[in-house]
Design a protein around this ligand. Sequence first.
Ligand SMILES: Cc1cc2nc3c(=O)[nH]c(=O)nc-3n(C[C@H](O)[C@H](O)[C@H](O)COP(=O)(O)OP(=O)(O)OC[C@H]3O[C@@H](n4cnc5c(N)ncnc54)[C@H](O)[C@@H]3O)c2cc1C
Length: 433
Amino acid sequence: MEVVDDYAHHPREVAATMEAARSRGRKRLVLILQPHRYTRMATFLDGFADALAKADAVVLLPVYAAGEKSISGAESSDLAGKLSEKGVKVELASSMAEARSILGKIWEEGDLFLFLGAGDITQLARRVAEEAELFFQIRLTAGKEGVVRWYEPMRKHTTIRIGGPAQVWFEPDSEEMLGRVVAICDEKKYPLTVVGRGSNLLVRDGGIPGVCVNLGRPGMSQIEAVGGKIRAGAGARLKQIVASAKAAGIGGLEFMEGIPGALGGAMRMNAGAMESWTFEVVESVRLMDRKGQVQDVPAAEFEVKYRKVPRLTKDIAVGAVLKGSSVQPEDIAERLKKYSRKRWDSQPAAPSAGCIFKNAETIPAGKLIDELGLKDTAVGGARISPVHGNFIVNQGGAKASDVLALMEKVRERAKADRGIELEPEVIVLGEDE
Ligand SMILES: Cc1cc2nc3c(=O)[nH]c(=O)nc-3n(C[C@H](O)[C@H](O)[C@H](O)COP(=O)(O)OP(=O)(O)OC[C@H]3O[C@@H](n4cnc5c(N)ncnc54)[C@H](O)[C@@H]3O)c2cc1C
């Protein structure tokens, strides 16, 4: 793959630069344009459309206004419309972060990415060129033993459906392959983040730098019931663990059923419900350190706090043995039904990241937010749920910046009116746009 950055911003310059780029003999020419000034777009819209029609794919950023007011009919969407009419594959990016997500999606072997414009698109070109290296390195290391994606939109992997692109998204097929990538990241100082089902995450709009690892592939999420215990990979969904435990007559794990996470995330968060919590049922954790070395560690060796297991903020849980007691499957089914009813009476169905704040010592966060009269308050597409004050829901199109602004509003009011410092429960990852 090749990345070229050029200052061309007039249709004739664009056409000439594209011709030169074609002569490089790459398989496809992908053109990323940041139109410069509305007046130029208004004057040369057809000229731009004619020039760009010769690309194999086009990504358009918003017009770089350079101080001008917008002009109707001279937006990037107008140019996209003309290109679509000509049968060109065109995508509109509302931001640099979205442009990265689009490039990660449409990228093909043998592409030439040609970035054109006179605004600040040069920053995007440099970033893409630099960040491609890590993607290719992890892709080469993983070979066929996992899924590797470039600029994967994190909104696809969070229950609140928000989040900019992960620089590299990696789903290993095996512990061994995970270990190799973890060791590379450690040696080269690449940031590495583990993402489970994304049900307690808020990923900022600029995305997550480095490698994001997800353990959802079958080799990392298997579940087996042996000798009255459950052995599961960290990628196993809690719902499936509970179903396996029920089938094997292992009781005591029912509280996990409605928690929409995977085992690794539940252990890191010490997730809990119905007066029980995860580490009550963990016997041992299969742990990988940041050098990629694995060992089984008894649960008793972990410091366990309210919604935090400090050792798992560094080491990676790759699996665990869970204990329970012998219970008839019908009794487990009965308890599951009761818990499910209780949960769905008190929790919003709209996309959320679970509880936003930890409960304060003196009052549950949801009750406090309710008493402050903040239920139903909104910023952009984010709203405090009218069903439960400690849930922020995405009403459609919310950005992480909306959620963070709403959280700040709540924190300020809690401090000003009640002297309470609310601490986030949701894990905030990544960088601003
Ligand atoms: C509708 C709804 C209801 C919820 N109800 C509850 C509830 O009743 N009780 C409760 O406690 N929570 C609840 N949550 C929050 C959330 O489901 C839990 O915290 C869950 O355990 C998170 O698991 P996850 O796989 O989604 O982790 P993620 O959200 O993906 O990650 C959470 C944290 O764990 C880390 N992590 C993930 N996997 C690993 C691993 N393998 N090793 C080390 N670290 C890892 C991540 O880096 C991150 O810091 C709810 C959320 C929603 C959306």
